[in-house]
Design a protein around this ligand. Structure first.
Ligand code: ARG
Length: 261
């Protein structure tokens, strides 16, 4: 995770970002710290990346890489405003001894567009990550990639429209079908016939931008429609308030890069 010390909305690269809307920075920091502390109280280890004053979107740490079995697929950002973030992530992994690092040839925004299930890598395209990044990820990570087409600019990253709840066995997911093309919806229905299907009001508060450890699901507190379906499946929903970070177009998942192995 990367502290939002320098978070601000001064440019707009997704429909959530309105530079004329004020951001309460002390509140953003307090909300982010509450999320970090919640992970720790649940027994997870949280590493912090040093924020850079010139990179206001760096708080969305999920975009910096994808790690599977200790192998790191680096990011390449679609917009010049975020380009340098990839270097900060790369340096972090190098300093921590991750030697299997792949410098990407094609644009991919890390876990923003790649979701790891027990058997596959679900991969979004349409707004940010290049379709060419999909075979690149498959070749490096050795996981079959399932490409999914995003069609609604409000759900510009896969992690704004789909969340993997359990990455063991037959992975469970929750997602918002209208964010996907008809063909991709059919693929999702086939792969995950028992998925939790999100309603529009929950998707519009970025309710799917959540993190699950297989039991606890940390999700935006306004996504109340998802709480009961999660409980019915044995998960424990943990509501999180990240109202200030929503102004940049992100929530719980965007702020969290998962280190797998
Ligand atoms: N303002 C950032 C952008 O538009 C938000 C990134 C959100 N991250 C995510 N994983 N969806 O790039």
């Amino acid at each position: 995770m990367c502290p939002p010390e320098h978070f601000r909305v001064t440019y707009s690269i997704n429909p959530w970002m309105d530079p004329s809307k004020p951001v309460d920075l002390p509140l953003a920091v307090a909300q982010w710290e509450a999320l970090r502390d919640r992970y720790r109280s649940l027994g997870h280890t949280v590493e912090e990346l040093e924020p850079d004053p010139d990179l206001p979107d760096m708080v969305y740490a999920a975009n910096g890489a994808v790690v599977v079995d200790g192998k790191v697929l680096g990011a390449r950002f679609a917009h010049p405003q975020r380009e340098a973030e990839a270097l900060a992530h790369r340096a972090w992994y190098a300093a921590r001894g991750y030697t299997a690092f792949h410098e990407p040839e094609h644009v991919n925004e890390g876990e923003g567009d790649f979701a790891v299930t027990a058997s596959w890598l679900l991969a979004g395209r349409g707004f940010r990550s290049s379709p060419l990044s999909h075979p690149e990820a498959q070749e490096f990570l050795g996981r079959p990639v399932i490409g999914l087409d995003l069609v609604d600019p409000r759900f510009y990253h896969l992690d704004t429209a789909l969340c993997v709840l359990d990455d063991s066995g037959d992975s469970e997911v929750m997602y918002y079908p209208p964010a996907f093309s008809p063909g991709s919806r059919a693929v999702l229905a086939k792969l995950f016939p028992d998925a939790i299907i999100a309603e529009e009001q929950d998707a519009l508060v970025l309710g799917l931008n959540s993190v699950s450890d297989g039991h606890h699901v940390l999700l935006p507190q306004a996504a109340i429609g998802l709480f009961e379906p999660l409980r019915e499946r044995g998960y424990e929903p943990i509501p999180i308030d990240l109202s200030e970070l929503l102004k940049g177009g992100g929530s719980v998942k965007c702020c969290t890069a998962e280190l797998r192995g």
